[in-house]
Ligand binder design. Structure first.
Ligand code: HDD
Length: 710
């Protein structure tokens, strides 16, 4: 490593390269004296320097002034969108060399682990807003590669609201809180947004995604990600192909339900943030496989939509997704501001082998991101911040400016030069220089949308037909909620007549019925027999594992320890996370005298914070639980949200007392009824059946579940 700037060896960066780069910037105060910013030890930081004990504060008090000034300047502007985010470090590894497709170094060597930093975010809410709102989730990955940083700045939905970047300010103004009252927070459910959407038919497909379960991810580790635009991969011979990027969670795609998300927003607004943090602390590292949909250049026009149109997916039946590598998130940031807040992404941060297309949304983005970073950091030097520094060397004549860190040596700051031997010098393609793909373009200078961008509804219709009946029910309810919040009836009417009724008639009629609008008499759109099952969240779930699912074990003194331990062990063996929840924290004693500590009380936990529930037997425990409204509430709410519930021995009586509607409960041997697993006297097979019910995620087929009083 002759160049001290360069943190990579001849084989590219090792997985710890970024970590090593961050190390000199880390600060630990353990065992150290408090100092001023100039290193002077401080004698007293609690009392200002005053003239007399009760006298005025002196201007001379440099410590007071420095401390206060620094505090006064602690904030930078939050991101105009995606303000609320959470991030983690990790690595990316390709499964096999993709040399035929791209010369990007990150895709060449399966033994190499490239360091990455990933930031997940909501879009609309301010920095302190709740995690579990109905919204798109941002999914931005910074790969610290040998050839410099590559940022894949995507979302958890594969399409976007608009086709051209020039509409982005309008979209964001419309969806953010209304400007006069600054309400509602982190929600699209208001007149401005639906007014805008009702006049923007190109948003039809994206609106289906936003109203679907995709907008309510259970965990960032259970969410798909998409690069959205069609990009280009270019190999060493200069051959280019179109590509769409996909991230697939190894745990499968799973979502919460709306009632649950609203309650979580109150009980734990940091739900997704803490979940990501805890998974990494517990060693349950979130893992995602990278998939590519590759299209040959000559096939550009073989689709019934335009590849450059970001409101369209390429159905997987037409171009399958090839899985090419895996990303593992394995380290939490040391400091939220220094890393998660200061990380600066830009879709224009590319490396040789990855190039753009003329997608007009992508082209708009290529301008916006640098500009917004300069606004956030008041300086073009944001790439010198430790989290943004590439592990590749940086040498150029971009100089000075606010908060410049680099000490460029020598007299030369221009190019071409002879005084510096022509350095820093440009690189040929062979030497790693970025050469833009020489796409041939011609045309008139126009402000016009291509005809090939004008079919706005067929993929929205395809989406509707591709999701399950349960998902359709939830989508209709979501539309009724969102539009139910719209006070202007004309907007609600327009959404039904001009928007939903061009997607599907049944959808339009069902939405209309909930929002006081006349249902349309007949369909105003065009039917399609195209299907893309991959758009369904339910069909993308994983149902063969209980890894990382959280299970509340509800008990009181006198519980049956043997049953408790048997179920707990099964859950732990499967990688689930059982937690004891009771009416108070502290120790509980079983009927046989064994003790357990409650992890949470009903005050600190809530049913909505768990994936499943178990009630062990023990006559005294269950008698006590029957009188705990909170315990009954846990059962009711869990039932209503379709969550697996297990009960053994007398525990079954708690479910009976809860009067869950139309449910078959055990009188003796094990009974399974739509995710409610009970075993009154004979516990044979219970643990396995309960495990299976948890693996199934949610059980939405419950009759009259809405009658549960929760
Ligand atoms: Fe954007 C942030 C994703 C369209 C302008 N965007 C931002 C972030 C993500 C996305 C994940 C947060 C990055 C982080 O965590 O720091 N944006 C997308 C996707 C889009 C998209 C997937 C469509 C396919 N964005 C888009 C357009 C524009 C912008 C069309 C403007 C023309 N986006 C921005 C921005 C942000 C941003 C204003 C705000 C903060 C930032 O950039 O760093 O420049």
């Amino acid at each position: 490593m002759s160049d001290p700037q360069r943190l990579t060896d001849d084989h590219g960066p090792d997985e710890a390269a970024k970590d090593r780069q961050l190390e000199p910037y880390r600060e630990d105060a353990d065992g150290e004296y408090l100092t001023t910013n100039t290193g002077l030890r401080v004698h007293d930081t609690d009392n200002s320097l005053t003239a007399g004990e009760r006298g005025p504060t002196l201007l001379e008090d440099f410590h007071l002034r420095e401390k206060m000034t620094h505090f006064d300047h602690e904030r930078v502007p939050e991101r105009v969108v995606h303000a609320r985010g959470s991030a983690a470090h990790g690595t990316f590894q390709v499964y096999e060399p993709l040399t035929d497709l791209t010369k990007a170094k990150v895709f060449q060597d399966p033994s190499q682990k490239t360091p990455v930093f990933v930031r997940f975010s909501t879009v609309v809410g301010f920095r302190g807003s709740a995690d579990t709102v109905r919204d798109v989730r941002g999914w931005a990955t910074k790969f610290y590669t040998e050839d410099g940083n590559w940022d894949l700045v995507g979302n958890n939905m594969p399409v976007f609201f608009i086709q051209d970047g020039i509409k982005f300010p309008d979209l964001v103004h419309a969806i953010k809180p209304e400007p006069h009252s600054e309400t509602p927070q982190a929600s699209a459910a208001h007149d401005n947004f639906w007014d805008f959407i009702s006049l923007m038919p190109e948003s039809a497909h994206m609106i289906m995604w936003v109203l679907s379960d995709r907008a309510l991810p259970r965990s960032y580790a259970m969410m798909e990600g998409f690069g959205v635009h069609t990009f280009r991969l270019v190999n060493a011979e200069g051959k280019a192909r179109f590509v769409k990027f996909h991230w697939r969670p190894v745990l499968g795609t799973h979502s919460l339900v709306w009632d649950e998300t609203q309650k979580i927003a109150g009980k734990n607004p940091d739900f997704n943030r803490m979940d990501l943090w805890d998974r990494i602390e517990d060693g349950d590292y979130p893992e995602f496989e990278l998939g590519l949909q590759v299209v040959e250049e000559e096939d550009e026009h073989k689709f019934d939509f335009d590849l450059l149109d970001p409101t369209k997916i390429i159905p997987e039946a037409e171009v399958p997704v090839r899985i090419v590598g895996k990303m593992t998130l394995n380290r939490n940031p040391d400091n939220f501001f220094a890393e998660t807040e200061q990380v600066a992404f830009h879709p224009g941060h590319v490396v040789p082998g990855i190039d753009f297309t003329n997608d007009p949304l992508l082209q708009g983005r290529l301008f916006s991101y640098i500009d917004t970073q300069i606004n956030r950091f008041s300086s073009a030097n944001f790439n010198e911040l430790p989290i943004n520094r590439p592990v590749a060397a940086v040498h150029n004549n971009q100089r000075d400016g606010f908060m410049r860190q680099t000490v460029n040596r020598g007299p030369v700051n221009y190019s071409p030069n002879s005084r510096g031997n022509g350095c820093p010098m440009t690189a040929s393609a062979e030497e790693g220089g970025y050469v833009h793909y020489a796409e041939r373009v011609e045309g008139h200078k126009v402000r016009e949308r291509s005809e090939s961008f004008k079919d706005h509804f067929s993929q929205a219709t395809m989406f509707w037909h591709s999701i399950t009946d349960d998902e359709q029910d939830r989508l209709v309810a979501a539309a009724q909620f969102e539009l139910g919040k719209v006070k202007t009836k004309a907007i609600r009417e327009r959404m039904v007549a001009e928007f939903f009724n061009r997607i599907n008639h049944d959808l339009a009629v069902r939405v209309a019925e909930g929002i006081g609008v006349e249902p349309p008499a007949e369909f105003a759109g065009t039917e399609t027999d195209k299907r893309a099952p991959e758009v369904s969240t339910v069909k993308r779930g994983r149902y063969d594992t209980i890894r990382t699912r959280t299970v509340a074990i509800v008990l009181a003194d006198g519980f049956d320890h043997e049953q408790f331990m048997a179920v707990k062990e099964t859950l732990m063996e499967g990688g689930a996370k059982p937690k004891v929840v009771a009416h108070r924290q502290g120790t509980f004693t079983s009927a046989g005298g064994e003790t357990v500590e409650a992890d949470e009380s009903y005050l600190t936990a809530a049913s909505v914070l768990f994936d499943a529930f178990y009630v062990p037997g023990g006559a005294a425990s269950v008698e006590a639980l029957k009188s705990h409204g909170d315990a009954l509430h846990v059962v009711h709410e869990g039932f209503r949200h379709g969550k697996p519930i297990g009960a053994t021995g007398e525990g079954v009586e708690l479910l009976r007392a809860a009067l869950l509607p139309a449910l078959d409960l055990s009188d003796g041997g094990m009974t399974v009824d739509k995710g409610v697993v009970t075993a009154r006297d004979d516990l044979g097979g219970f643990s396995e059946a309960f495990r299976e019910a948890i693996a199934q995620w949610r059980h939405f087929g419950r009759d009259r579940k809405d009658q549960a009083p929760a």
